[in-house]
Design a binder for this molecule. Structure first.
Ligand code: ZN
Length: 289
């Protein structure tokens, strides 16, 4: 006889729900964990939906991939444009016979500032407070306040070439940074697939392929897909590795329900809890909170 893996009820008269983690649950546990948002998203109750999907497939959709591709190529084009503007500025500056020392010092200062800002989180963690961190903070703040003033004074004193140089250099740095972030996000999403079937995860990412069982997973947190600004899911493995999944993965919401059932031992939410969740959702939809 089958018992529900969560509430330990004997399931004589009802059909157990077999989930992709290879455990059986009662329909009440599944539905209470899935709540209404699952039905709102798929148009079906969780128990009906999961019956048709014994294998969960998490992968990035073509639309998501094109958005990521664009958010790499667009800043890249802007950064290349910045190189051209910077080059023109430098040539005009040198042709006009303006002081090279100011140019060299200015460019170096901006590059140092950009490098400091990029490495700031790591550096501040390493310094861990105290005098070193204070000195670094003062230096970065001072440099970022001084840089625009010096650039402005340069533009007033030496005119258009400095304007080109400042504009070019800032677009190289800003859009170059955005492009590098875009490239990382695109590489993460390309050729990625995570599946769960019969309690076994298969992970394919580019040429890499790995398999791990449900027992290797120690912690799991999956936010409902589409939640803005959140890493959508994370699986913590026993060997300390953390697999994070971000945005637009189909079947991820169902994986969230399965993992919640698997790891959250506490009793399913009561009818009152569910009613409160429903009220909160309605309030959000109406824009009251
Ligand atoms: Zn149950």
């Amino acid at each position: 006889m089958t018992t529900c893996s969560r509430c330990q009820r004997n399931l004589f008269a009802e059909k157990p729900v077999h989930l992709p983690d290879s455990r059986d649950y009662c329909a009440a546990c599944c539905e209470s964990m899935a709540t209404d948002s699952f039905e709102m998203e798929t148009g079906e109750r969780f128990t009906q939906w999961i019956e048709k999907h014994p294998r969960l497939v998490m992968r990035y959709q073509p639309m998501e991939l094109s958005v990521r591709r664009l958010s790499f190529f667009f800043p890249l084009a802007a950064a290349v444009g910045g190189i051209a503007v910077f080059g023109i500025g430098c040539v005009k500056y040198i042709v006009a016979g303006l002081p090279l020392l100011y140019l060299a010092l200015g460019v170096t200062a901006i590059l140092i500032l950009a490098a400091l800002i990029l490495t700031y989180p790591k550096a501040s963690a390493r310094l861990g407070g105290g005098f070193g961190l204070l000195a670094l903070k003062l230096f970065v703040t001072g440099l970022s306040l001084a840089a625009p003033i010096v650039a402005l004074l340069g533009m007033i004193r030496f005119g258009r070439p400095v304007g080109f140089i400042v504009l070019g250099l800032s677009s190289i740095l800003l859009f170059g940074w955005l492009a590098s972030r875009g490239l990382v996000a695109f590489m993460r999403a390309q050729n990625f697939e995570l599946t769960l079937e019969d309690g076994v995860f298969h992970l394919t990412h580019g040429p890499r392929a790995e398999t791990f069982g449900m027992d290797d997973v120690e912690r799991a947190c999956v936010v409902r897909p589409g939640t803005i600004g959140a890493t959508e899911g994370a699986l913590g493995l026993k060997n300390g590795l953390m697999l994070t999944l971000d945005t637009c993965l189909s079947d991820l919401h169902a994986l969230g329900v399965v993992m919640d059932l698997h790891f959250n031992r506490e009793f399913p939410p009561s009818a009152e809890d569910l009613a409160r969740v429903r009220r909160d959702k309605l309030r959000k939809i109406r824009g009251l909170s």
